[in-house]
Write a protein that binds this ligand. Sequence first.
Ligand code: HEC
Ligand code: HEC
Length: 231
Amino acid sequence: MKMTKLTCLILFSLALTLPVRIAAAGDGKTIIEKNNCGTCHKMEGPAAKTFAEALSRKAPDLFYAGSKFQEEFLVEFSQKPYQIRPAGTLYLNHVKTVDGVDRIQDPPLCASRLSKEDAVLASKYLMTLKDPDMKIGVYKPGASFFKIGAKMIFTKSVACIGCHQVKKRGKIVGGTSGSSLYNAGSRLNGDWLSSYIRNPHYWDPMSPMPKWDLGEHAWMQLTNYIMEMKE
Ligand code: HEC
Ligand code: HEC
């Protein structure tokens, strides 16, 4: 076959775009592997089942990231992480009693520093890691709920606030043993949140968070209340 200048040009441009296409097709998974996210995060289940395993956990599990998070949060966070758990992944490991007072020492920050391009691909991959058994459509955004009632549960009757930080008139208040919830509405998936607060040990058998039997109505109230917490 005799190649015209045009066919040459077409073949040449195809050859140039090919590697780019292969990289774009994928590989979020490769990016996660290359950046060693798995040295700290569990990328495959099951979650820790013994106290010893939970004590040695360096970072939160990511093997159900697609059920737990909102994609935009993952894209932002994996480029520029910030502290979500004021006392680290496990409170016990980062609190020392000095002169009778508990002090938090050096809670580790996430080591992820992906470029924007890599963060987008890695997050796309993380969003595929879903638990097929999670009930979908439980959280109904905008459903009417009684904010004062929900706040009563959160701050008084169950006192979630004793372990979780939230924003009150622009100031961060609350306990430090759990994760901060002040931006939970832009970080977490509402259905996951609803599932976790009902039964934390389904997701993490060693979660220090207690389980309560509050009833359908209260769970709906709490889910809506927390999903309204946005930065
Ligand atoms: C050296 C250990 C380490 C490595 C490596 C690491 N992380 Fe993290 N990561 C952490 C810790 C510790 C936290 C918890 C920080 C907090 O809650 O304040 C965290 C938190 C996260 C969270 C939020 C999880 C949640 O439940 O709130 C995401 C998402 C995340 N990391 C993604 C990544 C990705 C993607 C990579 C690889 C590009 C990565 N991390 C590499 C230690 C690590
Ligand atoms: C005794 C302390 C304690 C109390 C009380 C408590 N929690 Fe938790 N909670 C925790 C801990 C510890 C975690 C695990 C954080 C992690 O995954 O690293 C957690 C996790 C969560 C999470 C998942 C957050 C995430 O980022 O992974 C949500 C949502 C939550 N709690 C909501 C609540 C609500 C709502 C209440 C009240 C009904 C409550 N918590 C009461 C300690 C507590």
